[in-house]
Structures are given as C-alpha cells and as structure tokens.
Design a protein around this ligand. Sequence first.
Ligand SMILES: [Cu+2]
Length: 107
Amino acid sequence: MKIASTFLAICLLAALPSSIGFAQQPAAAIPASPDLTNGEIRKVDKDSKKITIKHGEIKNLDMPAMTMVFQVKDAAMLDKIQVGDKVTFKVEKQLGAFVVTELQLAK
Ligand SMILES: [Cu+2]
C-alpha cells in the first residue's frame, strides 16, 4: 500500500502542471456561439422567411426537442438550405417570435 500511495502522489505531482495548463485553455476554446442547436430542415419558405426545423433541445430557450416553424433573420440564409438538410442553428426570441439568427449546414 505504501508503494501505491507513493505512486499516486507522484502521479498527482506529475499531473498538476499539465492540468493547470489545461484549465487555462477552455476560456479561449469556448465557441463563439455556445447556443447552437442541431436540427433537420423540414420545410423552407423563402417568401415569408420561414423554415420548419425538427430540432433538438434548445438550451438557451429552455425548449425541448420538437418540430416547429421559425422565422429567419435574413431570407438569404435560406439560399443554401434544402429540405432534409442537417443543420446547426442559433435561435433567439425577438419581439415574441423565434428567429433563427445563424444557420449552417452540419458537417
Ligand atoms: Cu421548438
């Protein structure tokens, strides 16, 4: 047991500097948009700037997964989007409506 605890102490010492270095990284590594949600396009309506998305949980809106209609901030966002596409998007509540402010194809 003595050997094991000594070994553990050495491991802790050895791990310490690197864990400190690692702890500094997340601050810089946080994505620009932590509120991105995954979804799949169900319907695209460019004329009324609306899309229907089957989406996962939207944490920033406290919304569970569902299929629903969103407005988009800019109709041009819909140019590269087709029904069936997997996307990541950011949605914000603006004047009582849910508006997609960022939309990109999922990799
Ligand atoms: Cu929803």
